[in-house]
Design a protein. Sequence first.
Length: 441
Amino acid sequence: MKKVFWFLIAAFYVLTLCFSASEGEKEASVTEEDIYKYMEQVATIFTIVEKNYVDPVEKKKLIYGAMKGIVGELDPHSQFMDPDIHKEMKIETEGEFGGLGIEITVRDDQLTIIAPIEGTPAHRAGLKTGDKIIKIEEERTKDLTLMEAVSKLRGKPGTKVHLTVVRSNQKILEFDIVRDVIRVESIKDEEIIEDGIGYIRIVQFQEQTGRDFEKILSDLEARGMKALILDLRNNPGGLLKTAIDVADKFIEGGQVIVSIQGRLPSQNVVFKSRERATHKKYPMVILINGGSASGAEIVAGALRDYKKAILLGEKTFGKGSVQSVIPMADGSALRLTTAKYFIPSGVTIHGLGIEPDILVDISDEDEVKLALKKYRKLEKMLSEGEQENKDNNRGQEDDDEVEKDDEGEEDVQLQRAIDLLKAMEVFDKSLSDEPSFTGGK
């Protein structure tokens, strides 16, 4: 028991040193002498629980629980991971796993969906940005850490998981979702929409995103692109390096794209542009919403700060912190928030998000209208189905055209971006034209 006691003292002392005030900072309420007293009290509680709890308790479980308690007081992204949870976390780096396809965090003590990734089981089931997951199967999520929740959501492809979700309108929804191997295509759409306006949608920043983005930009420019809409809605982030690569295409060399600032000088890093704006300057609108997070916020913030783009849509999620994983000898690990992201203007996005230059809010009322519109369209298609079958070729062309038209009409934010870029072109042209009047007395 003495060994356990002194192990606890040492462990808590080391962790306390990690989180204690740095030189020059003063804690008014707790002195170093107080810390030793608290350590002793923790060890006393450990002994009492171990000896007197109604059922025998494994000592390692108590120690791990104490570690989780310390780190759990910091923020939702910091946690102590036992060996099993640490192993689960490392699966993320392998790029392929059985899961649902959602990016989650803890916000206001609730497990919250940052964004469902398009084309995944979560997206097909209808989960949305901002949904609160209150139960996984029949277990409440309130006391789960982030990585524990991730572990429960993942599983063997083909297996089913039941989620209970609270939506923003306080409606409780139930979902049965079948897990699948999650393979995400980074760039989903790229085209010239109309009048030389290019459109590129980045779903997530992956290893090849920067290179693919370069090829697509060059192709659209060769096809006569005069303006660009970059769609980062429901993009939960991904690799920081590739997010920087995307912003780098439009920013002159040597400019700050994003900086990482921590408590210690050794944690501070500044990432600067190196491409020297390889792509010509043209009007750009970036679409953002509540599902735009992390790397998506870095790209949007940097391009706006350098006046390369106008942001249109809704306020972003506000996920801008850096976690360092510190492995332990027994296979466990400490996942600790050590720094925050800052965009070129010096503003942190963490917990705040980025406000759009032009707010175009998609309300619940709009969703109801959209549902009614789709219902009427389906009703019309069913009633006209017999006639359409008489001319299959023409019918297929009409269906494709209707789908394109509906996308343009239904996506209010995209339509506003198109209108804005058209207006900017008209305005620029009017400034360059010679005045039609001569003046005089």
